[in-house]
Design a protein around this ligand. Structure first.
Ligand code: Q0Z
Length: 289
């Protein structure tokens, strides 16, 4: 199969007319990919994304052709999808203040040109979710764009439709996850178009690599939030003296790997209310603990 694009964490292959999206077990902290994988992470996030696509299909069609008709070596961690003409904008919805959204609020009181009320702190819940589109930077960090910038790029009607769908997907996802103990602070969606011009939700959806997942019981505005999934890696990495958070990152010790894997599974199990079960070519013989 032909490799079309290689990302930090995932790869994209072409198979005839289709694309195959493959999630690795790599993990990044502070935007640096560490040399030690988290076993099954790619499978857990792929299965969660497939679960969400099913839960969101009445809002917007998606690019999934199959989560099982994929090469055996990638079973469980790959999705066969429709090749689309991708929209060159990151569609982000935020319900809480963190990350670059927090930076922008502190600098200007707004994000993507949307004014927010004064007095918000790190981790604060916003009065209502906001649409904060970003440019897809080819190098470095994406940058917020205003709704008018976006309309100039994709057309006013398309921009309005993407904002409506993005906020609806976020609202559905955040409400469902919150009821199950996971706060989804924000999420990034990617859309594409079919040859007839209709919009399709693509890439991955509402995973902890495309969103911020916080454990609801630990949420406390006014400080950095604890991540439901990779907090052990973050905590441990901040104790490493002499790592300046630039690549290459340090190898992760085994106890941090296993605790982190358990948190990915916990996020999956809380949200889906299903038990995590290894999906793969020989799941009955694969060690899962
Ligand atoms: C997704 C990405 C990477 C994983 C392009 N259905 C689609 N049609 C056309 N293009 C894409 C998709 Cl999902 C597409 N990406 C992002 C890059 C690994 C996803 F290296 N880029």
């Amino acid at each position: 199969m032909r490799l079309v694009h290689s990302g930090k964490i995932r790869d994209l292959y072409a198979d005839g007319q289709d694309l195959i999206l493959v999630a690795s077990d790599k993990v990044s902290v502070y935007d640096v990919v560490l040399p030690t994988p988290i076993p099954d992470k790619g499978k857990i996030l792929t299965q969660l994304s497939l679960w969400w696509f099913g839960r969101l299909a009445d809002i917007v069609p998606n690019h999934v052709i199959s989560g099982t008709d994929v090469p055996a070596e990638w079973a469980g961690r790959a999705v066969r999808c429709r090749r689309l003409e991708m929209i060159p904008v990151e569609c982000i919805a935020r319900g809480y203040l963190a990350g670059l959204g927090l930076d922008s609020y502190r600098a200007s009181g707004s994000v993507s040109g949307v004014p927010l009320p004064p007095g918000l702190a790190e981790g604060s819940r916003l009065p209502e979710p906001v649409f904060t589109p970003s440019t897809k930077a080819t190098t470095g960090h994406d940058e917020f764009m205003t709704f008018d910038d976006m309309a100039a790029e994709v057309g006013a009607e398309m921009a309005a439709e993407l904002r409506r769908i993005t906020l609806e997907v976020y609202q559905r996802g955040a409400d469902l996850a919150a009821a199950r103990g996971v706060l989804i602070a924000d999420t990034k969606l990617e859309f594409g178009q079919t040859p007839d011009g209709s919009l399709v939700l693509a890439d991955e959806v509402l995973t902890s690599d495309s969103s911020r997942f916080w454990a609801a019981e630990d949420w406390q505005p006014g400080r950095p939030q604890r991540y439901l999934d990779k907090q052990f890696v973050r905590d441990w990495s901040s104790t490493i003296t002499g790592w300046d958070r630039r690549p290459p990152g340090p190898p992760i010790p085994e106890h941090v790997v296993s605790a982190t894997r358990a948190r990915y599974i916990e996020a999956f199990e809380r949200i889906t209310q299903d038990r995590w079960q290894e999906v793969g070519p020989c799941s009955s013989t694969t060690q899962t603990s």
